[in-house]
Ligand binder design. Structure first.
Ligand SMILES: NC(=O)c1ccc[n+]([C@@H]2O[C@H](COP(=O)([O-])OP(=O)(O)OC[C@H]3O[C@@H](n4cnc5c(N)ncnc54)[C@H](OP(=O)(O)O)[C@@H]3O)[C@@H](O)[C@H]2O)c1
Length: 231
């Protein structure tokens, strides 16, 4: 297992820093001493903070991602907490994002990371329980909900991200959190890479997911894997 000395923490390019989980990743990353470049769209806002560089651009634009990478110094890890936006906070509300928004961004991230070279150490992307091989381990209600509600577009997009990243040849970690619930960073339980140890309706706090994603930077344990997370 490799670890980074506190003085040699990699920088982070954070995509999705304005979202529910992204804001928690940002706050924890800065607290841990990382320098962070946040790529946000021009219509969004983040408060300026020490060690935070805010760069406006589209997560679909590989040139913008390359420019954001060039604002980092030394080794860098890309973290993405992008999600499909919806007409309301209800996870089943209609989506307002392009159909393959997250996977088109993943393609742009891969292209930018390859162009930028080996200073990009790892991609850590937030996926979802139900993606890929974990679908069969959702309970029957969740499987039906995923297939026959507005969640279908999100599932299809996460499945496409899964393919893009696994075929990229880059080092990645793609945690698949169960339903986001609660505010506290309770200890994370790993339900297997396909959720084979899941009970009926697992959940996990966004704080716990943020902590897991940051911990994955300095560990090789999860490289190339898709752990399903719960509390
Ligand atoms: N909700 C759950 O129970 C659950 C469970 C497991 C996994 N997940 C997955 O976890 C991920 C993160 O979820 P979350 O609830 O933390 O996300 P969220 O609050 O919905 O945040 C989404 C992020 O994506 C950005 N984004 C969306 N559309 C964009 C666009 N067209 N251009 C630029 N940026 C855009 C948003 O930027 P703006 O602020 O500018 O809109 C925001 O930063 C999602 O992929 C979700 O599917 C969710």
């Amino acid at each position: 297992m490799s670890t980074f000395a506190p003085t040699n923490l990699p920088d982070i390019l954070l995509i999705g820093a304005t979202g529910r989980t992204g804001r928690l990743v940002l706050a924890s990353a800065l607290k841990r001493g990382h320098k962070v470049v946040a790529l946000i769209r021009p219509s969004s806002y983040l408060s300026p903070q020490p060690n935070l560089t805010i760069f406006e651009g589209s997560p679909l634009d590989s040139a913008a991602i390359t420019t954001a990478l060039s604002l980092t110094s030394g080794p860098v890890v890309v973290i993405s907490t992008l999600g499909q936006t919806r007409t309301s906070g209800n996870p089943f509300a209609a989506t307002t994002s392009p159909r393959l928004f997250m996977s088109d961004s993943a393609t742009a991230v891969v292209s930018a990371a390859k162009a930028f070279g080996p200073k990009v150490q790892k991609l850590v992307l937030m996926s979802m329980f139900g993606t890929g091989s974990s679908f069969t381990n959702l309970n029957f209600l969740m499987r039906a909900t995923m297939l026959y509600s507005n969640m279908k577009q999100t599932l299809d997009d996460h499945n496409a991200v899964d393919g893009v990243i696994k075929n990229s040849g880059l080092v990645f970690v793609m945690p698949r959190p169960a339903m986001l619930k609660g505010e506290v960073a309770l200890p994370v339980k790993i339900l297997g890479d396909t959720g084979e140890k899941a009970g009926f309706m697992p959940s996990v706090s966004a704080q716990s997911v943020a902590k897991f994603m940051l911990d994955a930077i300095s560990s090789e344990e999860w490289d190339g894997r898709t752990p399903v997370l719960s509390n």
